[in-house]
Design a protein around this ligand. Sequence first.
Ligand code: OGA
Ligand code: NI
Length: 213
Amino acid sequence: MLFGTFASHIYHKAHQIVESWLDTFEKQGWVEWQNFLSMEHAMAIRQEIEQVQMKNGFRQAGIGKSNQQHVDTGQRGDFISWIDRMESLPFTHKFIEQVEGIISELNRNFYLGIQDFECHYAHYPPGSFYKKHVDRHSSGSSRRVSMVLYLNPDWKEDDGGELRIYRNDGDFDSIRPQLGTLALFLSELEHEVIITSRDRMSITGWLLNEKIL
Ligand code: OGA
Ligand code: NI
C-alpha cells in the first residue's frame, strides 16, 4: 500500500517534468532548459570540443543555402566543426542520445515529423556575434526546430553573448549561454547572438523533417 503511493508519486513527478518543457515550448515556440546536462557531463563535452579544435581546427561558418555558402563576418563570426554522429566522442555521443529522446517527445506531442538531426560544435571568439536571422528559410528548408547546448561555466551578464529570440511584437527574450543550458526553438523564429566578450562554446543542432544522406 505504502509502496504503491510512493511509486505513483514518483511517476507523477517525472510526468510533470516532461510536461513542463513541452508546455512552455508549445506556448511560446521556444524553451530555455537550464541544467539539461549535469555540470560534469557538460564540462566533459567542453573538453571534447577543445580536443577537436586542437586536432582538426574549426572553419569559419558561412551563410546562405548549403550549395551557395559564403563567409560574411559582418553577419556571423563563429567557427564550426560538423559532428559525425557515428564517430562522435563519448560524452558528445551521450548527449546526442538524449536529443533523440527529445525528438520522440516532440513528435509524439506536436506531430512535427522530425526524421533526422544535424549538429556542429561552435566557437564564438571574443568580439563575434550572429546578426538577426531565421534558421528555416521559406525555400523549403527541412529545419523545424533549432537546438543549442551551451558549454560555458560561470557566464555573467556582462559577458554578452546572449541568444535573443524575437517575438511578433519586436520585443525579445534572452537566453544566457550558461554551462548545461539547452535552448530549443522553432527554426522559423527570428533570433540573434549578441556580441560576446568571452570565448563562447556550444553544440548547435537542427531537427529536420526529412532524412539527410
Ligand atoms: C545559429 C544560431 C544561436 C546560438 O547557429 O544559427 O542562431 O545561441 N545560434 O549559438
Ligand atoms: Ni540561428
